[in-house]
Design a protein around this ligand. Structure first.
Ligand code: GTP
Length: 245
């Protein structure tokens, strides 16, 4: 292993969007894509770092969309939380096929399928080299899985929150609608909030800012990106406290 193969972080929280598991399917989980992501995570795990995961649920159920369609918001959010449990179990299965012991910890008690979320237990699992997947969001409606990621990252003392998504980073405007939009390499939390940039929701960003939790936003679909980020190489956009001119 060369000098440049040394990870710059000891403990990370990786946030995957539920949609990231869909691949080209319109809904649910594409097992091929799931395997590919698990393989990428297993490569990073081999570097010896501690990894916690939060996976969204939007590939199965989107609470916000259902609420805008007239469903009670709390009910819709609870359904979304249940969707994250399915993704967590699927990812646990995929990671264990690569030989990585994985524990799913659920914020909603369902002990027949997952361990309950206990912060100190999560840290112990990480110290033992297990990947920990936090399921059921925060266990509370009105909070997104991005907020869950910022919360759990803070609780376990992760050094960085890596948000793997379908775009290459943070743009000045929506790159899908405006192909000319510029991508930031680095940006501060305050700029993200002031410019209302769609990185994560404001609750997640505020918490990360308060905790000085660096966020790296990058494209999950580009193989090797997770590894690059962990090795401290330039990938996507870094959001942190420093103000950039
Ligand atoms: P150590 O205490 O460090 O040995 O951790 P461990 O997770 O290997 O030990 P434990 O005996 O707690 O768990 C053994 C297996 O049972 C693991 O796969 C756990 O994920 C699982 N497990 C533990 N507690 C629960 C629970 O409350 N519900 C479910 N569904 N599984 C559990």
């Amino acid at each position: 292993m060369g000098e440049e193969e040394k990870p710059v972080y000891g403990r990370i929280l990786l946030k995957l969007s539920g949609e990231g598991l869909m691949g080209s399917e319109p809904y649910g989980i594409d097992t091929r894509v799931l395997r590919e992501i698990a393989e990428q995570i297993s490569e990073v795990h081999k570097l010896g770092i501690q990894i916690a995961l939060v996976i969204g649920g939007g590939n199965i159920f989107r609470g916000v969309s259902a609420a805008s369609g007239g469903m009670d918001r709390s009910t819709a959010d609870y359904m979304g939380m249940l969707a994250t449990v399915m993704n967590a179990l699927a990812m646990q299965d995929a990671l264990e096929k690569f030989g990585i012991p994985t524990r799913v910890l659920s914020a909603i008690d369902m002990k027949e399928v997952a361990e309950p979320y206990i912060r100190r237990k999560a840290i112990r699992h990480l110290e033992k080299g297990r990947i920990v997947i936090f399921a059921s969001g925060t266990g509370l409606p009105f909070f997104t899985t991005d907020t869950t990621a910022a919360l759990r990252a803070s609780e376990i003392g992760a050094e960085v929150l890596m948000k793997a998504t379908k775009v290459d980073g943070v743009y000045e405007s929506d790159p899908v609608k405006n192909p000319q939009a510029l991508r930031y390499e680095r940006i501060s939390f305050s700029e993200v909030l002031n410019r209302n940039l769609k990185v994560m929701d404001a609750t997640a960003i505020s918490l990360a800012r308060e905790e000085k939790m660096r966020i790296i936003v990058f494209n999950l679909n580009i193989r090797g990106n997770i590894r690059k980020a962990v090795l401290g190489r330039q990938v996507g956009t870094v959001v942190e406290e420093t103000s950039y001119a």
